[in-house]
Design a protein. Structure first.
Lengths: 356, 292
């Protein structure tokens, strides 16, 4: 249908060029620039010329090894134990500062477990990065399914025909229009270890039995607290997308189900859910992308602490690239993050592909 | 029998509303806490967190936190910066993205398919993955100013505006909308001898009201709530937007009442805007999902 009426190379380029130039300069160019920078030792401001360093940045981020420490033995060959009965091991420095094992030089302990009398120690070149990687994945793996499911629950709740239902919909959506920075500050009050609203609520409900917790100051609760808050803030967004999906399902299907005498669960399982298939794919992809970008909550609430329990990839990329002016280090993390996001969205698309 | 089933119905209705209200409380209590606390002196603010008083405007209520906030930080300047950057970015974005979408949908030109697929491919690149290389890029970019050519865009308005002035999602929204407009309209205007600019201005844009509202709202939310980007490219407070200006309140002694006042000040206008245009806000979020 090539119509000469609509054909014009000059007008076409003329209309498209402003947007294309902006996107090319500020998105496409830095995207490829990131790959290049990750192979150099570029700094934001430096008197020395930039050098090409190959894959060194990747090696120093991703270097991981497992070493086995054998227990200290006495003269009789028996395993030595300390006062508490724990096996004594040589210090890790005997491996990481040993000239016989130069490949482990400079690596630090990430975590360890015991296997028989031996201890297996996982050592990493960059323990903070590894923790950031694990935290980010934890965040995504918890938030994506929980938030998607809660959002669907809310959408079903709000899809009833009731007087005043729009008021409730409006309230549930409210946190979405509030900046995550503002939300994070407010929730610092909720999570506070002393005057926190959450501690006060819990001790009120248990008549004072509950011991106050410093939710953000405790390595075992900090990430969980940020997860709960993040879901609270963003769930309304996905509720609205589910709702749009729900409203595309034809009412005649529900009427047919009623005539067949379907139960509520059957209605959901055989009418609602199949109709939401495309919406589900979209929502999972959108939430996953948003989760990997986790930054503002961390910056406002914990700065990655306590004990690196809330480090994330973006927070590390910014801390290095901006805070330490180590552009190449920050770019390397950015490239790894992009590759992860790309893989995940390809996997999600493949898992949820149309089966024909 | 009839009365029993009616009671039953009433009860079920009551339970439904109870659930709706409880969920609403979960979503609204931090915001109520924010506004109420902004009216209280620091000491009372902290002691009230132990009871329901935290959510009630009781005790020593006043606006002094607001006046103190203005004294402590250049609040007016931060608000101006945010409004200026947000407003200008939304306007430029609507213009260049609608122009591009117009070209993609109504015009046939060499390179159209390639350019469109490059633009749509950027949708899977999260901004966070290009922030650091972009930081280096903008620190070196030239600019022709009043005093000739200067280098470096840090600490300016343009560094907050231009990188956000066009994006794949907005173009996508316009493309989806334009595709549903009748092509005969365009062809007829061509036959009558209208130029492409005339068709864009007089035929297509007058019909684009809904998509303009959608795109403007989405862009507005993104721009007003910017944090990461201005944090790393604007150290000069003269150009800082509201979210980054917040740091001001954590220097020296932290006065929570003033922080709550500042948070209320930068949030309430957006909430009010949202409450007035609720339908349009929700429709714009929904439209990112339906056809995607």
């Amino acid at each position: 249908m090539a119509s000469s009426l609509l054909r014009s190379d000059r007008a076409g380029w003329g209309f498209a060029i402003p947007a294309f130039a902006l996107i090319g300069t500020f998105i496409v160019l830095p995207f490829f620039f990131a790959f290049y920078l990750s192979l150099t030792n570029q700094r934001l401001i430096s008197p020395n010329p930039t050098e090409f360093v190959g894959l060194d940045n990747y090696r120093s981020l991703l270097g991981v090894a497992v070493v086995t420490l054998e227990p200290e033995r006495g003269d009789d060959g028996a395993v030595l134990r300390d006062e508490d009965g724990n096996i004594e091991y040589p210090s890790l420095r005997s491996v990481t500062r040993n000239d016989d094992t130069p490949q482990y030089r400079g690596m630090r302990e990430w975590f360890r477990w015991s296997s028989g009398d031996d201890a297996r120690v996982v050592i990493a070149r960059d323990v903070v990065f590894m923790k950031a990687l694990v935290n980010t994945f934890t965040f995504v793996l918890v938030v994506a399914p929980c938030q998607a499911a809660l959002a669907l629950g809310l959408a079903l709740l709000i899809n009833q025909r009731l007087r005043g239902i729009n008021v409730f919909r409006g309230i549930y959506f409210m946190p979405v229009v509030v900046s995550i920075v503002v939300v994070s500050l407010l929730w610092r009050f909720i999570y506070d270890g002393q005057d926190g609203l959450l501690n006060n609520l819990l001790s009120g409900l248990t008549f004072g039995l509950f011991q106050p917790v410093d939710w953000l100051g405790n390595p075992s609760t900090a990430l969980g607290s940020i997860i709960v808050m993040s879901i609270w803030q963003a769930v309304g967004f996905h509720m609205v997308i589910w709702l749009a999906g729900l409203q595309t399902i034809s009412p005649t299907l529900y009427e047919a189900a009623d005539i067949e005498g379907a139960t509520k669960w059957q209605r959901f399982r055989f009418v609602t859910w199949p109709g939401l298939r495309n919406t589900a794919v979209l929502i999972l992809i959108v939430i996953t992308m948003q989760c990997f970008a986790l930054f503002a909550q961390i910056d406002v609430m914990t700065k990655g602490g306590p004990l690196d329990s809330t480090q994330t990839l973006v927070f590390q990329a910014v801390e290095r690239g901006y805070g330490k002016q180590d552009i190449s280090g920050g770019s390397t993390i950015s490239v790894l993050l992009f590759l992860i996001v790309l893989c995940i969205s390809l996997i999600q698309r493949w898992l949820t592909r149309e089966r024909t | 029998m009839a009365t029993i089933s009616q009671d039953n119905h009433g009860l079920r209705l009551a339970v439904r509303y109870l659930v709706l209200v409880l969920v609403a409380v979960i979503f609204i209590f931090p915001l109520v806490f924010m506004v109420v606390s902004s009216l209280k002196p620091d000491q009372q603010l902290l002691s009230d967190t132990g009871s329901l008083r935290a959510f009630l405007p009781v005790g020593d209520i006043g606006l002094s936190n607001y006046t103190h906030a203005f004294q402590r930080a250049p609040v007016g300047l931060f608000v101006f910066n945010s409004v200026f950057v947000t407003g200008l970015t939304v306007l430029i974005c609507l213009l260049v993205c609608s122009l591009a979408a117009f070209a993609f949908v109504f015009l046939e030109w060499r390179g159209r398919a390639v350019v469109l697929s490059i633009i749509l491919a950027t949708l899977i690149v999260p901004f966070e993955t290009i922030a650091i290389p972009l930081l280096l890029l903008v620190s070196k970019l030239p600019w022709i100013g009043f005093s000739g050519i200067e280098h470096g865009w840090l600490n300016t308005y343009r560094v907050q505006i231009l990188p956000w002035a066009a994006d794949g999602l907005t173009i996508f929204l316009f493309v989806q909308y334009f595709k549903d407009l009748p092509r005969e309209l365009i062809e007829a205007s061509r036959v009558e001898g209208a130029t492409w600019l005339q068709i864009y201005l007089k035929v297509v844009m007058p019909l684009a009201g809904p998509v303009l509202a959608t795109a403007a709202i989405l862009k507005f939310l993104v721009m007003y709530n910017q944090y990461l980007w201005p944090l790393i490219v604007v150290q000069d407070e003269a150009y800082r937007p509201v979210m980054v200006g917040l740091q001001y309140f954590f220097q020296l002694n932290t006065a929570w009442g003033e922080i709550m006042a500042y948070l209320s000040l930068i949030t309430i206008p957006v909430l009010a805007f949202y409450l007035v245009l609720q339908r349009a806000f929700i429709a714009s979020i929904a439209s990112t999902g339906v056809k995607g």
